[in-house]
Design a binder for this molecule. Structure first.
Ligand SMILES: Cc1cc2nc3c(=O)[nH]c(=O)nc-3n(C[C@H](O)[C@H](O)[C@H](O)COP(=O)(O)OP(=O)(O)OC[C@H]3O[C@@H](n4cnc5c(N)ncnc54)[C@H](O)[C@@H]3O)c2cc1C
Length: 499
């Protein structure tokens, strides 16, 4: 067999140039280079969804995968650093807890940290669980830095429009061909029913071997042309509308996202270097659009830069992320409401998965698609469960929305997790699970699950030994904190926004 001749290039057509489209195009061309021809079609007239500004730490590994320079990225997207999410009014009105990135305390092989912390609580010391999270303590004090000595787990807040633009400036020189125009028709091949080409309003026809549907909520290819079907999760995640608005910055940016619950949903506050992103997520069955508008406007800290923009969505996922020769990414693949800022992560992970399972010409696409879809489903259901947890486990009963959330029947997979934690303080992270044990514990405790028992191993530890190890942890955190700069000083020195 001759291995020296170049294999035929696979023609990849990316439909849509929002965050999903440019992430996909940039990553595929960067990783598969000479094996593919990548064309991206986007419509200036239609534009992008314009939200999606809070990320989780996996964005950093994705950037490393593409060889993206962090300081250049932060400057171009006026990004700030994020150490976690502050949840306000979730367990009860007036209550606040933090879901930090990174590890909390120190676990041992037999038992995770929460068991020792619960034992300390039972003996009357130990403080709050979050006292043992460096990220939470640094966030609360407005500190951030990263160098060899300080390895904080962090993510970014970014300007969504600038991010797509930034990825474009990388992807085009790497070889992506960009076509501007409106897709008017999706042409299917008569025999197999695969997508054959996109036909633009200009009449231009863009043929391909595989098509990546990044057309946002429209899902033009996977739903419009292929009728893939949508699995609706609104029985558990009933928020279905949002109002988004940017405001002038009135204070130095904090290194965390704020998620503030209200009577029928929650409100986000995402600080960038030069403005703040705000939005109100709500259930239209429990709050009118006028009430939502008034609630958002009444809560803003700074002057709005435009009228709030309405968005409609439904939580759920496409029945098959990969159907025939079409792979849906981003909002075209589905949406889990944005409480834990997971959408961009799901795009990045799906693109990595696609590159690993790439359907080159002549490959067994059916087997590749089956694997891709199984992994996607696991990932999405896991994220879905984690978000439902925030709504379902609450002591709020001050509005019909919260009473409905507390009463709903939840998926068995989540019920199992809650029962294990409530009965034994146990939590787990499966092999492909995004959320770590520390995340489940932070949110379970934060939302008000009080474990009835914890691992007995913690009970046989001598009081003095337990005290010493907690004191050591606190000392370690305090000493790192002393060396950390203020978040705003770090931004000003390392990566002030362009312009
Ligand atoms: C209220 C809300 C808050 C969110 N917050 C977060 C968050 O904090 N963190 C997070 O990770 N994610 C968040 N998300 C999700 C995030 O916004 C998306 O995952 C991300 O922006 C990707 O969007 P997209 O590229 O799939 O779609 P879009 O940005 O809508 O892009 C669609 C693209 O398709 C093109 N297109 C559509 N139709 C045609 C056509 N006929 N012809 C040519 N081109 C076409 C458009 O022009 C555009 O370029 C949020 C979403 C919502 C709704």
């Amino acid at each position: 067999m001759n291995h020296t001749s170049e294999p035929p290039r696979t023609r990849v057509v990316v439909a849509g140039g929002g965050t999903a489209g440019w992430i996909a195009a940039a990553a595929i061309v960067r990783q598969l280079g000479p094996l593919v021809d990548v064309t991206l079609v986007e419509s200036d007239e239609i534009g992008t969804v314009g939200v999606g500004e809070s990320t989780i730490p996996t964005a950093r590994s994705f950037h490393a995968f593409l060889g993206i320079d962090e300081a250049a990225f932060v400057r171009a997207t006026q990004a700030t650093f994020k150490l976690g999410i502050a949840f306000e009014n979730w367990r009860q009105v007036g209550d606040r807890y933090f879901h930090p990135f990174g590890s909390v305390g120190r676990s041992v092989a037999i038992a995770d940290f929460q068991h020792f912390w619960l034992e300390a609580q039972a003996r009357g010391f130990g403080g709050a669980y979050g006292d043992y999270s460096l990220e939470q303590q640094a966030a609360g004090a407005g500190l951030f830095g990263h160098d060899e000595q300080h390895s904080l787990a962090y993510a970014y807040h970014l300007d969504a429009t600038a991010y797509a633009r930034f990825l474009r400036t990388l992807a085009e020189p790497w070889g992506v061909r960009r076509v501007e125009g409106r897709i008017e028709r999706v042409e299917r091949d008569g025999k197999g029913g695969n997508i054959a080409a996109l036909v633009l309003a200009s009449g231009e026809r863009i043929a391909g071997d595989i098509f990546i549907d990044c057309t946002g909520f429209r899902a033009l290819l996977t739903e419009g042309a292929l009728g893939t079907g949508f699995e609706d999760w609104s029985e558990w995640l009933s928020t279905d509308r949002a109002l988004a608005v940017q405001t002038e910055t009135v204070a130095p940016p904090v290194p965390y996202t704020r998620a503030i619950a209200h009577d029928a949903g929650w409100r986000w506050q995402i600080p960038l270097q030069k403005r703040t992103g705000n939005g109100l997520v709500y259930s239209s069955a429990h709050m009118s659009d006028d009430e939502a508008h008034a609630t958002l406007i009444g809560a803003l800290d700074g002057r709005p830069l435009f009228e709030p923009r309405p968005l409609r969505f439904r939580s759920g996922m496409r029945r098959k992320a990969w159907n025939r020769n079409c792979i849906a990414l981003g909002l075209a693949a589905g949406f889990i409401e944005p409480l834990e800022s997971t959408s961009i992560h799901l795009i990045m992970n799906a693109v990595i998965r696609l590159i690993q399972l790439f359907p080159f010409r002549g490959d067994d696409h059916v087997a590749l698609a089956a694997r891709f879809n199984a992994q996607s489903r696991h990932e999405w259901e896991h994220v879905r469960d984690f978000i439902i947890l925030h709504y379902h486990v609450t002591q709020r009963d001050d509005s019909p929305f919260w009473r409905d959330c507390a009463r709903m029947t939840i998926p068995d997979s989540l019920a199992e997790r809650i029962a294990l934690f409530a009965n034994t303080a146990g939590a787990w992270q499966g092999q492909d699970d995004l959320f770590r044990i520390d995340s489940w514990v932070s949110v379970m405790l934060g939302q008000g699950v009080e474990p009835r028992a914890h691992h007995r191993i913690a009970r046989i530890i001598k009081e003095e030994e337990l005290q010493t190890s907690f004191a050591d942890l606190s000392r370690g955190i305090a000493s790192t904190m002393r060396a950390l700069p203020r978040h705003c000083d770090f931004l000003a020195r390392y990566c002030p926004a362009d312009g």
